[in-house]
Structures are given as C-alpha cells and as structure tokens.
Design a protein around this ligand. Structure first.
Ligand SMILES: [Fe+2]
Ligand SMILES: [Fe+2]
Length: 247
C-alpha cells in the first residue's frame, strides 16, 4: 500500500469520522465518505508536503499538531452542530494557518521576529504580523488558496478564522473553524510555545456568545465546558492515531 493511502485510512478510521467498523480499503472509504471528503483529505496531504521544513529553528511539529487537532475538532463540531457544508471543515481546519508557513518559508527572519514578539509581548499573532510584516497569515493564506483555486468556502473559512463575524456568506463554516482554533488552544495545542494562554473566557465574551447564538450555536458556559470535555476525551483517545498522521 502506498504510504499516503495508509495515511488516508488512518484519518478515516479515527473516531472523529465515527465509523463503526474500521475499513482497510480506500474504495470502501470512498463509498462511506464520498469523493468530496476523500478529495479534501488528499488535498490536505499535498499541502503538507508542499511546505517542507527547510529551517531547523521553527517548531513545525507543534504547528502541525495545532493544525491536526483543529481539523479534528472542526470535523467533530460539524457533526455536533450538523453544520451545512460539513465536508470542507476538516480541510479548512488543517490548513487554516498555512499563511504562517508561507511567512516561515519566504520571510523567515521576519517570521521568527513575529514569533518572538508574540511570546515576549504576549500579544496576538496577527497583531505581531501586522506590525512586522504588514499583513497577516489569514490574508496571505486566502490569496494563496485563491491562486490554487480552492473551493470558495474553504478560502472564506480560512480567511475569517479569527473573525467569523465579518463573513457574510459562509458564517457557520467560519464559526466552526474559529471555534476549533480557539478550542485547540484551550486544549493546550497552541501554535507557538509560550504564547498567551487561551482560556474558555475567550469564548464567553458577551459579544462572542451573542454572535454565536444569533447564528444557531446555542452555547453558554455549561455547554461549552461539556463540549470541551468531550473534545479533550476525543483528543486523548485519538492521540496516537491522529497526531501521527504526518509521520
Ligand atoms: Fe490563525
Ligand atoms: Fe490556528
């Protein structure tokens, strides 16, 4: 079996896909998940291999762990909230921060400077990026994905992952990627070591809760805590299967 085939099966067989019986054939996976979903998984892998780690002082492993956890939470939340257009969520979750890889690969010194600024000043990554690079990872990612002719929903979900309230057309998908990003940080899977700690309070801000509720995500402190506990359980149980997909 080709290594990428076994990677795909690893993902498909993870608890996040909710298959009762594990499958060992790609054909079977295709039947169960549909072509679109499998295509998204393949696309995700091709992106990962496009960005090779040329440098040794950047924590790529941490970056991909954050991205993988985010993709799995997105998948889970898509099912949990029965969100429309669920099939793009895994992909968007996985590549939501690829703008950072662009910076790392093509503006390496500036990228390292932003990472240092995030840690020393305890500010948001986008803030440091605007300061040093004059643009943000989500803006660069949206441009790149446009160029690569990615589906419009994916581009929008990536572009708005820090501010889904600005997305007028694809709100629920953008909200899920936003929630997944925040939740992966709350679960300890941050993109940068020693970055500002993210707590549940980030989601309990009245403005955020109000926006979420208006868009059909009925969440309060109690239900958020419950959801985070379930997600933590899933991550713990699936750690070996999922976090090693890029090995
Ligand atoms: Fe981000
Ligand atoms: Fe992120």
């Amino acid at each position: 079996m080709h290594p990428s085939q076994s990677k795909i099966l690893k993902i498909v067989n993870s608890a996040f896909y909710g298959l009762i019986n594990k499958t060992s054939s790609l054909e079977h996976a295709l039947v169960i998940l549909g072509l679109k979903e499998v295509k998204n998984i393949v696309l995700a892998f091709s992106i990962q291999s496009y960005f090779t780690n040329k440098t040794n002082n950047t924590d790529r492993e941490r970056f991909w762990k954050h991205s993988i956890v985010c993709s799995q939470i997105a998948k889970f939340l898509g099912n949990h909230f029965n969100a429309p257009g669920k099939d793009t969520l895994f992909l968007s979750g996985l590549i939501h921060d690829i703008g950072k890889l662009v910076f790392d690969q093509y503006f390496h010194d500036e990228f390292i400077e932003t990472v240092n600024m995030v840690v020393t000043k305890q500010i948001k990554t986008s803030e440091a990026e605007k300061n040093i690079l004059g643009t943000t990872h989500y803006q660069v990612a949206a441009k790149l994905l446009q160029q690569w002719q990615f589906p419009k929903e994916v581009i929008m979900q990536v572009f708005y992952h820090h501010a889904p309230w600005h997305d007028m057309n694809y709100t629920s998908g953008s909200i899920i990627i936003y929630l997944s990003d925040v939740m992966s940080k709350i679960s300890g899977y941050t993109c940068i070591e020693n970055e500002q700690k993210t707590e549940i309070d980030a989601l309990l801000n009245p403005k955020v809760i109000d926006f979420l509720t208006k868009n059909g995500f009925d969440l309060d402190k109690k239900s958020l805590e419950k959801l985070l506990n379930r997600i933590n359980d899933l991550i713990t149980n699936e750690m070996n299967n999922v976090l090693k997909i890029f090995d």
